[in-house]
Write a protein that binds this ligand. Sequence first.
Ligand code: SF4
Length: 294
Amino acid sequence: MDNKSADSLIRDHRRQWRDCLYIYPVIARRSKGLSIGVNLNPEKTCNYSCVYCQVDRGIQRGLHDVQLPILHDELLLALRQGQAGQLWQEHAFSKTPKSMRRINDIAFSGDGEPTCLANFDQAVKIAAEVKKQLKMEDVKLVVITNATMLQSPQFLRALPTLDANNGEIWAKLDAGSEEYFNKVNRPHGQITLRQIIDNIVVTALDRPVVIQTLFASLAGSPPTRDEIQAYCDRLTEILDRGGQIKLVQVHTVARAPAEDFVQPLTKPELDLLAKTIRLAVPSVPVETFYSSAK
Ligand code: SF4
């Protein structure tokens, strides 16, 4: 497979597989293999309106509980097909390189904030049960979250299941100052960066978390040096308060963003940011994910 087709395969993040409501398998660069995406928010509800979000919120329809029997059947189908190798016969996956023909994780992500769902913990339990049923203990359960709901009852109820089933929490942190947080993440209601940091610290006291950060150019300006310093200070604060950080993933815009004043950072810009973070927080590994648009 040439680089161009490998790249287009990895960028094909349509959240639709067959006629499934929740499940969308994707080849994910971050997973280095197949990720069984679980989109608990087909209604496209989120408590942020990030300037770089690629979800079309024009068709937002409100929040409903996850329909657990449907989730169960769809997960079972996707994992069985992945396990038996049938998925690789499908047109969308037939060009997957051999090295990536492995199921890495079940990832709660999708078109909104998964932890907003009142029965989020039940959805996690179902994923753990299906994984166990198919003897796929090595497959991770990943929760990709904006960290706003890490102290909600449904998330706290899900934590023991995640901890017992190879779970990982990937928490979004895109800013070091309240001002930049409001500018980039545009939270709904009274959510503050201070609360996000506190949420991450509390969660990371008992298990290492992955920090996912997206930096972009806004109206032609990348984040300022002061903002990056403030961001590094927040990472240091998490560590100083006893939080464990497994990895920092630094991304830039990869798909069409919500706002047209948002542009991806170039590779040199992203590399410089990653270098700054590594120098400021040397105990934490930093991984970069470039945009294919630049
Ligand atoms: S948290 Fe995620 S889904 Fe929500 S607006 Fe931001 S990028 Fe979009």
